[in-house]
Structures are given as C-alpha cells and as structure tokens.
Ligand binder design. Structure first.
Ligand SMILES: Nc1ncnc2c1ncn2[C@@H]1O[C@H](COP(=O)(O)OP(=O)(O)OP(=O)(O)O)[C@@H](O)[C@H]1O
Ligand SMILES: [Mg+2]
Length: 252
C-alpha cells in the first residue's frame, strides 16, 4: 500500500488585513502519497501559493487539519515545527531567493549545516547535487554572477540538501525562459523517478504535464483533478486534453 506523506482535511485559510477578511482557501481536502509528482494549477489569486505555504507549515491555517508523514503539523509548537520543516520539507519559492552575498555552494549547504548531519556528509551531498544540476563550474560564484536557470537549479539543490520527504515548488520555472524552464522540469521529473515526492504549483499547462496528477484550484477551492497515469482522454476539458497530450509526448 502507498504511504500517505501529505494530507489536509477541511483546510481553510483566511487573511485579515485592515479588518477586511479574505478567504483564500475554502475547505480544501487532499492526500498525496509517497513518490507522487502533483501539480497544482489555477489562475493568479486562486490560492496556490497559500496552499503550498499552509501544507508545508510555513504559514498558519485558520481551521482544518494538516498531516505530514501522519503527523498533525498544525498543532505543533514553533520549535517542533522548525524541526519538522527542516527534516521533512524542501521548498523552492516563487521567485528565486538565494542569499545574495553567499556563493552557490554556501547557499546550498547552509540548511544542511543547521541539522545534526555531519558537514562531511552535507558537503558530499552538495557535490553530487551540483554535478546532477550541471553546476560544477558555478559553485564559487555569487547568485548575481550566474544565469536565472542556474540560480533556479541551485535553489532546487538547496531544497534537496536535507533529503526531504516532500519537495514543494512554487512556480519553479516562472522566472525562466522556455529552455531553462524545460531543464528544471526535466530535472524535477528525474528526481521524482528516483522516488522524490513533489508538489509543484504552476499556471502553465506544459509544466503541469510533467506531473502524474494535477489538482485544479479555483477561487480557493479544489475544482477538479486529473490523474495522468490512470484516467482516459474521454470527457475531458480542452485544458485537460492539452495536459494529457504533452504528458504522453514525454514517452511515459
Ligand atoms: N497576506 C495576505 N493578506 C491578504 N490577502 C492575501 C495575502 N496573501 C494572499 N492574499 C490573497 O489571497 C489570494 C490567494 O493568494 P495566493 O498568493 O495564494 O495566489 P496564487 O494562486 O499563488 O496566485 P499567483 O499565481 O499570482 O502567484 C489572493 O487573492 C491574494 O490577494
Ligand atoms: Mg503564487
């Protein structure tokens, strides 16, 4: 049986600003199993980033429950939460946020040095990730001295340094041109084939087609779901048919 690594039930998130309430997530329930590559799609403002932030414990929820590896994280104390996040969760942010005065190497190893794992082990993991990401020539450069695609790949390497159970990525190709975007998606797909569970937000059909399952968000609610491995082409919307087409072009 597949192991459930991420689950939320009746998740609601309300933002309060200047006494105005805004319900960004309305009763969202979903479950993701180990090894899945899930894309979350929806228009700008539909709640995609909010969903990723609340599922990864980076932001609080208003009501409902969130479980990571069977553990209810929305009740965890801040210190415990930091530990759960560090050990279980990797996060690639919307817009790359590497530390500008650290080299790519330093950016990648820092989250690793904050754990109990030895520096030797972290350095060796970083080296392997660099080679895989084709960044060997870039390790000693600052983020401002490398390309957008290289920065994004470094951000992914950083999110993987602690070998997280779940990799969350918020529009990982949003800031890239199509060829560097494709390279990043292919890399993520490769990590997924090696067993990495991935939850990726995107508004782009081609990017979503790299996933095995697509969840559609509309106005803070789940509006549909597409299983690219199991379901058939029949009774699909235009958008879903396109995702299927691109998915099948990848020769799976
Ligand atoms: N801190 C906040 N305070 C008030 N409203 C917020 C806050 N953050 C987000 N929102 C609102 O919640 C809704 C969902 O925002 P979210 O960032 O999750 O959207 P998104 O689907 O990721 O959009 P995009 O594709 O543009 O990144 C939006 O309408 C946004 O204006
Ligand atoms: Mg967003």
């Amino acid at each position: 049986m597949k192991k459930s690594v991420l689950k939320c039930e009746h998740l609601c998130k309300t933002y309060y600003s200047d006494e105005v309430e805004f319900n960004a997530l309305k009763n969202v329930s979903l479950e993701i199993n180990e090894g899945e590559f899930v894309a979350i799609m929806g228009q700008s403002g539909s709640g995609k980033s909010t969903l990723l932030y609340t599922l990864s414990g980076m932001d609080s929820i208003t009501s409902g429950e969130v479980f990571v590896n069977g553990r209810q994280i929305n009740e965890a104390k801040p210190k415990e939460m930091t530990k759960i996040r560090r050990e279980n969760i990797g996060f690639v942010f919307q817009g790359i946020n590497l530390v500008s005065n650290l080299s790519l190497f330093e950016n990648i190893v820092v989250p690793g040095y904050l754990t109990k794992v030895s520096r030797k082990e972290i350095d060796s993991r970083a080296k392997k990730l660099f080679t895989k990401m084709d960044l060997d020539q870039q390790v000693n450069k600052l983020p401002s001295q490398v390309s957008g695609g290289q920065k994004q790949r470094a951000a992914i390497a950083r999110s993987l340094i602690n070998q997280p159970n779940i990799l969350f990525a918020d529009e990982p190709t949003g800031a890239l041109n199509s060829s560097s975007g494709k390279a990043v998606l292919e890399l993520m797909s490769e990590f997924n084939k090696e067993g990495q569970t991935i939850v990726m937000v995107t508004h782009d059909i081609k990017s979503a087609s790299y996933a095995n399952r697509v969840i559609f968000l509309h106005d803070g609610r789940i509006d549909g779901e597409l299983n690219l491995e199991k379901s058939k082409m029949t009774n699909k919307t235009k958008e879903e048919k396109k995702i299927f087409k691109y998915h099948s072009m990848k020769g799976r």
